[in-house]
Design a protein around this ligand. Structure first.
Ligand SMILES: Cc1ncc(COP(=O)(O)O)c(C=O)c1O
Length: 391
């Protein structure tokens, strides 16, 4: 048996697809210690630098003092502790929706929600660049799955036509992301809303990478475009801009009640520690504060600074969308070599490869934080230009 694992691992290495963990001996932040070396971190989705912020630490510590560490069981079994209820009310108020439900991760939210939203005789339609959690959730649901090329409205329309014809009374769930996690760009949300209305579909928008980054008080893309009431549900995570961990879904009261009753990753899993809920609530309060808005503006200054330093040729660095800037290099080994070269220059930028992105579409995924200094951004820009070479 162990031999066959060795062979499988060898095959991964031969294709430059083997991954390994890197131990970090420090808190998440813009400077991290990896195997004893201090690197400037351009790998984290902690866009506002909240992960190790005293505001969150204090909220978590106070909640541990009052509520202990473990949640005991699933919330339907051992009860909902006050920090979870407080988090969901704060979330619903901040996102201006009737109700919200939290999960142990964004992944759990997606794999729990999709099977609750669609079943056999129904359809899930995904953008090809959607996060793996939606593919897994769609498969678990047993619904028919259709995928459209990234941001391709024409293909989405033909899938919707087909789905409505085949399943006249069934639910059709369309899933897209507000900022795509590995492309860094945004979807044509207005047009998507029009299509979903025309075909009476259900639109689920994943705001994992837009929350905290765009929209008033970091409420995300739907809020930025004034489309909050047009999207049927939004999904998000507390693990990125909000600096904690956990996921959530926002929507109508009936939808949330349905998920409480039917989302299996909620029903059959121990609730996250109440201290995490308290820290996430503190992060939401921060986003609503003036300081939160100032931090977001700093983030945007850093994003614009790096964009200006990078070549604009043929979208080699993706279309601008938010704090994720992919350096599209294609070849897996070249991506690994560039990541290594960047590490040698003192920057931690991860190489993203299959199966996270299609084969031959490897990239370096650069993520910016408001906590980066202008000097750190300038040094990264310079290193990239040097490693990339002339056109
Ligand atoms: C777009 C998107 N959705 C969902 C998730 C899952 O969120 P979590 O990390 O909280 O499981 C991620 C995280 O990687 C993501 O990038």
């Amino acid at each position: 048996m162990s031999d066959s694992f060795q062979e499988q691992l060898r095959a991964l290495r031969a294709r430059s697809l083997h991954r390994k963990l890197r131990e970090i001996g420090s808190a998440q932040g813009v400077e991290v210690q990896i195997v004893g070396r201090q690197l400037v971190n351009f790998s984290s989705d902690d866009y506002l630098g909240l992960a190790a912020d005293p505001i969150l630490r204090q909220a978590a510590t106070a909640a541990i003092e009052e509520f202990g560490v473990g949640a005991g069981s699933s919330r339907l079994i051992s009860g909902t502790q006050t920090p979870h209820a407080a988090l969901e009310s704060a979330l619903a108020r901040w996102k201006r929706v009737p109700a919200a439900i939290s999960f142990s991760s964004g992944y759990a939210a997606a794999v729990g929600a999709l099977p609750a939203l669609a079943s056999k005789e129904e359809v899930v339609i995904l953008d090809k660049a959607c996060h793996a959690a939606f593919i897994d959730g769609a498969r678990l649901s047993g619904a028919t799955l259709r995928v459209f090329p990234h941001n391709h409205l024409g293909k989405l329309e033909s899938h919707l036509e087909w789905a409505r014809r085949e399943y006249p009374a069934g639910r059709i769930v369309v899933v897209t992301e507000a900022i795509f996690s590995n492309e860094g760009d945004r979807p044509p949300l207005r047009e998507l809303v029009e299509l979903k209305k025309r075909f009476e579909a259900f639109l689920l928008l994943d705001e994992a990478h837009s929350v905290g980054v765009i929209g008033p008080h970091g409420r995300g893309l739907a809020a930025e475009l004034g489309l909050e009431n047009e999207v049927d549900a939004t999904l998000g995570t507390f693990g990125k801009s909000l600096g904690v961990s956990g996921g959530y879904i926002c929507g109508s009261r009936d939808l949330i009640d349905w998920l409480i009753n039917r989302a299996r990753s909620f029903l059959f899993s121990t609730a996250p520690p109440p201290a995490l809920a308290a820290a996430a609530t503190a992060a939401i309060r921060f986003l609503l504060s003036e300081e939160g808005e100032t931090r977001r503006k700093t983030l945007w200054r850093r994003i614009v600074q790096l964009r200006k330093l990078l070549p604009e040729k043929e979208q080699e660095f993706g279309r601008p969308g938010g704090a994720i800037i992919p350096w599209l290099v294609g070849d897996e080994q070249r991506a690994l070599d560039l990541a290594r070269a960047l590490r040698a220059e003192g920057f931690f930028v991860p190489a993203i490869r299959y199966p996270t992105v299609p084969k031959g579409a490897a990239r370096l995924r650069i993520t910016i934080s408001a906590a980066h200094s202008a000097l750190q951004i300038a040094s990264l820009g310079e290193a990239i230009r040097r490693l990339r070479g002339p056109d």
